[in-house]
Design a protein around this ligand. Structure first.
Ligand SMILES: C[S@@+](CC[C@H](N)C(=O)[O-])C[C@H]1O[C@@H](n2cnc3c(N)ncnc32)[C@H](O)[C@@H]1O
Length: 310
């Protein structure tokens, strides 16, 4: 049963600040929250704009204009916690008892996300790892800095040689954590599921060669043994957002944790992958996105997904 007061929001891409819309949603009404919030790495924080996030904005790479994700700032984690904690509290309020909250995070700051979610009242059930094969190394060589040192050229040359291969402490990032949280359930898990239709995982969904779902998720073929256990089915897709999540990954998480007809909320919808996945898996969605360019893109992708169901 879908709460009457949820109907005005159902199957809509709402262009607004999630912090304004979440408090308007009724309590204990949402089956699943699946979201990918700003990671608070450089410009991808609460001041996110499409212009600042777009790769073209850092075409001229200079040390003081690094691409998003490259600058190290120890205060980012604390700011992320402070920003996400009240949002996680609202998500806690709107989820049904036993409902799941999947939140993506960066490998560097996911601990702050996990703490915000746990402090909001959720049980932390797991952390899934989405492993991918294509990524650009972000480590920087030090030659640029050496060149600017006030030293004779011969000394600088020696330094260049001495520091050959030494770079800033960043390896290639090839996974993203997905924190798996659950709102406390009522009675036993079985009682909660019978009452609210959430709180269990559907394990008979396609993974690898008929394997049991695992907390490692692969979407690209890698190596036969890994693929056998962890590969999720995926159609080719062209992702139109700097941090768009694959629809197939969202479909998997939705199928794992909800029944058809359930309501899936994504308060940071971006290009709309969660909404498209919900439509494709015959669930309702509520998508919130603050920037109109992304919200329009998401609405367009949802419209395109609808005919595929007919
Ligand atoms: C990491 S991206 C989400 C990408 C998305 N998963 C996809 O597949 O395209 C985070 C999104 O949150 C949006 N955003 C940032 N602050 C927001 C807020 N306060 N309310 C709603 N959306 C916000 C950003 O514009 C950005 O599109």
């Amino acid at each position: 049963m879908i709460s009457d007061s949820l109907h005005p929001y159902l199957d809509k891409v709402i262009c607004a600040d999630a912090r304004t819309i979440l408090p308007q949603l009724p309590e204990s009404a949402i089956d699943l929250v699946l979201t990918d919030p700003p990671y608070f790495l450089d410009k991808l924080d609460e001041t996110w704009t499409p212009e600042r996030a777009a790769p073209k904005s850092y075409k001229r790479q200079q040390v003081h204009h690094l691409p998003p994700g490259m600058k190290f700032d120890p205060s980012q984690g604390k700011r992320l916690y402070e920003w996400y904690f009240p949002i996680a509290q609202q998500i806690f309020r709107v989820l049904k008892p036993g409902g799941f909250f999947f939140t993506f995070a960066s490998p560097r700051l996911f601990h702050r996300v996990a703490c915000a979610v746990e402090d909001a009242g959720f049980y932390l059930r797991d952390t899934f790892l989405w492993v991918y094969t294509q990524s650009q190394p972000k480590a920087m060589s030090l030659h640029h800095f050496i060149r600017r040192l006030p030293l004779p050229e011969a000394v600088k040359e020696k330094l260049h040689q001495k520091l050959h291969g030494w770079k800033t402490p960043q390896v290639k990032s090839v996974y993203e954590p997905i924190i798996v949280a659950q709102k406390p359930y009522e009675g036993t898990l079985l009682e909660n599921f019978l009452q609210h239709q959430v709180g269990l995982f559907q394990t008979e969904i396609p993974v690898g060669k008929g394997m049991f779902p695992a907390n490692l998720l692969l979407l690209d073929e890698t190596e036969t043994l890994l693929d056998k256990y962890f590969l999720l089915p995926k159609a080719a897709e062209d992702l139109p957002h700097p941090t768009a999540k694959p629809v197939a990954l969202c479909e998997y998480l939705i199928e794992l944790s909800t029944i058809p007809g359930a309501v899936v909320l994504d308060p940071f919808l971006g290009s709309g992958s969660t909404a498209v996945a919900a439509v494709r898996r015959k669930r309702h969605f509520i998508g919130i996105e603050i920037h109109s360019a992304y919200a329009e893109l998401a609405a367009k992708r949802v419209q395109e997904a609808l005919p595929a169901l007919l």
